[in-house]
Design a protein around this ligand. Structure first.
Ligand SMILES: Nc1ncnc2c1ncn2[C@@H]1O[C@H](COP(=O)(O)OP(=O)(O)OP(=O)(O)O)[C@@H](O)[C@H]1O
Ligand SMILES: [Mg+2]
Length: 274
């Protein structure tokens, strides 16, 4: 599904201008990271994709649907949104019930609902916690429950607001792999993130937001290579890029895999944990 945002402006009722003439087009299967400092407008932008925030002016198109003409329930068939704060999303008494809610609510058959629920819990490492009460889980586990509940809805677009919040190293890798699988399967994945290592490893394209506008829209590698204005946007280069710079390498390197390839004497073996 392609997404077209045209001249999107959003002003909160208190007058704060959160989005200022944002225009961008995203093609099916793209993996797009949205980065930028606190208050840049990232979450406000993302909430427009699912219609829980509506444009003050401008428009959001999902293929030939203008979101203004559709309810949140209709939009939920096309776009899944994992909230920044999991507690804004969780409502059921068990992990399995939470994950099952979405596909059941969309009217999927009991078999398809069971299949998607089992898959989403497995993919996010929650199978063992199926009967646990979401509110008794850690922040990281609660965040993965919300991720699973969106995955189970099998929507064409998946929007993840800070997916690595509270996640340990292994879970961050699992989420990265999932994002890759979703995009290979033709789904469009957006993730808002402050984690530049995660951004470099998992996203082809980056949108940098500041003061309600998209200031940069580039392939992630090119942007990291251009290596400018990071401080201005409240960002820091990925650790591996800073290490390569510190070693005086002439070429910029964004991922651990590429760093290993460029090491003198590299044998072609896959580096551990990358
Ligand atoms: N409910 C609200 N009422 C008024 N202003 C708001 C509200 N929510 C956000 N804002 C303002 O809108 C702007 C954009 O906020 P938003 O939450 O979209 O930023 P963000 O990029 O997601 O930040 P963060 O990285 O902290 O999550 C900020 O100036 C913020 O103060
Ligand atoms: Mg936010």
């Amino acid at each position: 599904m392609s997404i077209r945002i045209e001249d999107l402006v959003y002003r909160y009722p208190n007058g704060a201008l959160a989005l200022d003439r944002v225009s961008v087009t995203i093609e099916p299967g793209e993996r797009v990271a949205i980065v930028g400092s606190n208050g840049a407008g990232k979450s406000t932008f993302a909430r427009h994709l699912i219609g829980i925030t509506r444009p003050t002016s401008g428009s959001v198109w999902l293929d030939d649907w203008n979101t203004a003409d559709h309810s949140v329930a209709e939009l939920a068939r096309k776009v899944g949104y994992v909230f920044q704060n999991p507690d804004d999303q969780l409502h059921a008494r068990s992990v399995a019930a939470e994950v099952r809610f979405g596909p059941r609510n969309l009217g999927f058959s009991p078999e398809r609902t069971a299949e998607l629920t089992a898959w989403a819990m497995e993919a996010t490492g929650l199978t063992q916690l199926a009967t646990a009460h979401p509110h008794h889980l850690s922040l990281g586990d609660r965040k993965r429950v919300t991720l699973a509940s969106v995955l189970a809805m099998d929507s064409a677009v998946v929007v993840l607001d800070e997916p690595t919040t509270g996640q340990d190293h292994k879970s961050v890798e699992t989420i990265g792999r999932l994002i890759s699988e979703l995009s290979t399967g033709g789904k469009t994945v957006f993730a808002i993130t402050h984690d530049m290592d995660f951004c470099a490893e998992n996203f082809d394209r980056v949108l940098v937001m500041a003061e309600g506008r998209i200031r940069v829209d580039m392939p992630t590698d090119d942007w990291l290579r251009a290596d400018q204005d990071f401080d201005r946007y409240g960002l820091q280069l990925p650790q591996i890029t800073r290490l390569a710079h510190g070693l005086g390498w002439p070429e910029s390197v964004a991922t651990v895999g590429r760093f290993m390839e460029r090491l003198p004497g590299h044998t072609g073996a896959t580096p551990p944990d990358s």
